[in-house]
Design a protein around this ligand. Structure first.
Ligand code: BJW
Ligand code: ZN
Length: 244
């Protein structure tokens, strides 16, 4: 088994805390087989930069391409399972009276693992909405790429693209949780995308102890009092086990 040094001061802080918030990113789903956003893409998508596909401009330029990209990702996510990191966060929630799980992920794996009240900052791949703002639709005809809304506008995934505002209630809840938290975890995120990347800073400024779980250092690392360098699916279950 991989050994991981867990600082007694961290365990002590986690045993005393009652208010904990967790921000997750694509790394938390990596061990389920979902590629991270900034991973090199493989196969059909090897030549596309996700940062260029996840924009309203890309959709307007080539709606069929962007729709196909999301349809493939939706199918892939449906075929994988939540991993030990998702399940550890379900267990962590039961330890704290005030626990908020905030995710940037659009894969729905926290909900499938059993987490409740997940704050989804960037939407959810499984939902589809009208590009012109009619709202979310329940069913669509896959024979068209992209399918059309009743109003005639193209349908698009209900995710947040670059340049678009985050759902107001979600970001408000996330910021509030960051301000309240005694311990704030940043798990599997590169910390490069705002306003999500602001949350650990908000927490730290309000006095929280920030913990990073990531195999690699990120721009958020300087904020972290403890950096647990390893895959989330190994680190989080170990941490939970050590807490007893
Ligand atoms: C592991 C692991 C393992 C691997 N275990 N770890 C301030 C400053 C500069 C720019 C901006 C700013 N404020 C806003 C901006 C602009 C922009 C932005 O942030 N740009 C930056 C790139 C500089 N932000 C926006 O445009 C946002 N909107 C906005 O601000 O609107 C303002 C507005 C107001 C009013 C009206 C109109 C506008 C929107 C951002 C939306 C982001 N959307 C995406 C796509 C979602 C849909 C989709 O999936 O296709 O969200 S982009 C993409 O990045 C996705 C992710 O959620 C997000 C974050 O990525 P994440 O999760 O961190 O993944 P990776 O791949 O980057 O990192 C993975 C990490 O895991 C790595 O660190 C690995 O080491 C680690 N890892 N294996 C643990 N096993
Ligand atoms: Zn419509």
């Amino acid at each position: 088994m991989q050994t991981l040094e867990l600082d007694p001061a961290l365990l002590d802080a986690l045993r005393r805390a009652t208010r904990v918030a967790v921000l997750t990113g694509a790394g938390v789903s990596a061990e389920s087989g979902v590629p991270t956003f900034r991973d090199a893409l493989t196969g059909l998508w090897a030549t596309f930069d996700p940062q260029r596909l996840a924009t309203p401009e890309a959709f307007l330029r080539d709606p069929a391409l962007v729709w196909r990209w999301y349809a493939e990702r939706r199918a892939r996510v449906a075929a994988v399972q939540p991993n030990a990191a998702h399940f550890a966060l379900v267990a962590m929630a039961t330890r704290y009276a005030d626990f908020t799980l905030v995710t940037q992920n659009v894969d729905g794996l926290h909900l499938r693992a059993g987490s409740r009240d997940v704050v989804e900052l960037h939407g959810n791949l499984a939902r589809v909405k009208c590009f012109d703002g009619c709202g979310v639709v329940d069913a669509w005809d896959e024979r068209e790429t992209p399918p059309r809304c009743r109003c005639g506008a193209p349908l698009r995934p209900d995710v947040v693209w670059f340049g678009e505002p985050l759902p107001a209630e979600a970001i408000a809840r996330a910021q509030q949780a960051a301000r309240r938290a005694e311990v704030f975890f940043s798990v599997g995120t590169s910390g490069e995308v705002f306003p999500a990347a602001e949350l650990p800073r908000i927490a730290r400024a309000a006095g929280a102890l920030v913990v990073e779980v990531n195999p690699d250092a990120t721009p958020l690392s300087p904020l972290a009092r403890f950096a647990l360098r390893g895959p989330a699916g190994v680190v989080l279950p170990r941490l939970l086990a050590a807490l007893g």
